[in-house]
Write a protein that binds this ligand. Structure first.
Ligand SMILES: Cc1ncc(COP(=O)(O)O)c(C=O)c1O
Length: 383
């Protein structure tokens, strides 16, 4: 049964004040998430250092993230950011042999490009797959770049610049045929659509809690396929990555047998509180329901943009699009500010304005956005 989106909307007070089209940057705050942060504050006042409970919050985030991705909790590292996860993973890889190639795409967020380029002094060779004449990167383009020397294909699920979704199953098949591992940066996708890492057959998946997962900044995750949680040994480590945290052993490094070995130091406790509440909320709405709704909202928004003569650059097929609609502008930053002065919250990247949708948005949000864009077209559409 479809959730009652009208009543769910009431759980996000900012929606009474703003047309909030910015979940691809930072989600709207849910009452439950606010209450969970307040509960942490109360705990600080009432108990002080409630570590026994706080550790269970970190584990709750791990278990809920596993549920969300169709993985087991032992395959999830709870990290401080995508960067933290990727650095731990990179530190476990060897680039001195024949398989030294890392294939990325021109759609990557800086995190998933700079960290691989940072491995070049260690022997890594980073290859970028470019977009085609239409601005998209079809799977075939990866076939030219992935070969027997490729160790890792590290690709974004949805591009933060234009909202395009890559053809992940096809790219994974190409990588598998050449014996390469696949890492999916699903930050711009996770929570906005249904994702099952087993069905996608990826080896690693990274993301964080502040966008579509309804949580907060300063906490993320890395899925590590079970078979790699013992064979890969990160040199980027910490006491929370050890097999027995309580041992306090300073004579050696004993990595945990699970994905916990990719973690580092003390968890960000308050972020665990917020993320647990966000993940519970999201899972109750259901990722399949959310995907369907986001596809409908973005489709409608793109149709309306065409009607006002200011089409988006985001791909039109549902299968090639995430939850963000990107509109080209002669000054995307000033356009975003002009929209903000009308209480419409968006963001911008390069020459594109980004309007990102979540299940709590509705048709009225689209119409407010379209009315403002129609008004601002003369000053901000591409010349
Ligand atoms: C696709 C993608 N990857 C990664 C990040 C952020 O990575 P980190 O958690 O290291 O800041 C973002 C943030 O906007 C993103 O959109």
């Amino acid at each position: 049964m479809e959730p009652n989106f009208t009543s769910l909307r009431k759980e996000f007070p900012v929606l009474e004040r703003k047309t909030y089209l910015n979940s691809g940057s930072y989600c709207a705050l849910a009452n439950d998430v606010k209450a969970s942060i307040e509960a942490y504050m109360e705990d600080r006042l009432a108990v002080g250092a409630n570590w026994d409970v706080w550790i269970t919050k970190n584990e709750a985030v791990r278990a809920l993230t596993a549920q969300l991705l169709g993985a087991s909790p032992d395959e999830i590292a709870v990290t401080a950011s995508v960067s933290a996860g990727l650095n731990a993973l990179a530190s476990a890889l060897d680039f001195t042999g024949k398989r030294n190639k890392v294939v990325i795409s021109d759609f990557e967020f800086p995190t998933n490009a700079q960290i691989w380029h940072a491995q070049e002094p260690r022997g890594a060779k980073v290859v970028h797959v470019a977009r085609d004449a239409t601005g998209y990167i079809p799977a075939e383009k990866f076939a030219d770049a992935i070969d027997e020397n490729t160790q890792l294909v590290a690709i974004t699920h949805v591009c933060f610049r234009n909202g395009a979704k890559l053809e992940i199953p096809e790219i994974v098949r190409i990588a598998r045929a050449k014996g390469a591992m696949v890492l999916l940066d699903c930050y711009q996708a996770v929570g906005s659509m249904d994702i099952n890492v087993k069905k996608l057959d990826v080896d690693f998946a990274v993301g964080g809690m502040l966008k579509y997962l309804l949580g907060t900044a300063g906490i993320g995750f890395m899925y590590v396929r079970d078979s790699f949680t013992r064979s890969l040994v990160p040199t980027n480590s910490g006491w929370f990555a050890q097999a027995d945290i309580g041992a306090m052993d300073i004579t050696g490094n004993h990595p945990h047998p699970s994905a916990r070995r990719f973690e580092a130091g003390t968890p960000a406790v308050v972020n665990c509180y917020a993320s647990e509440a966000g993940l519970k909320f999201l899972l109750a709405v259901g990722t399949q329901n959310i995907e369907k709704r986001n596809q409908a909202l973005t489709r409608r928004c793109m149709e309306r943009l065409v009607e006002i003569g200011w089409p988006s650059v985001t791909p039109t097929p549902d299968a090639r699009r995430g939850a963000t609609v990107c509109v080209p502008s002669r000054d995307s930053g000033a356009l975003s500010k002009a929209l903000m002065s009308r209480d419409i919250v968006t963001s911008h990247r390069d020459a594109n304005l980004r309007a990102s949708f979540h299940f709590y948005n509705n048709e009225a949000d689209i119409e407010s956005f379209i009315a403002a864009m129609k008004d601002l077209r003369g000053d901000f559409s591409p010349r």
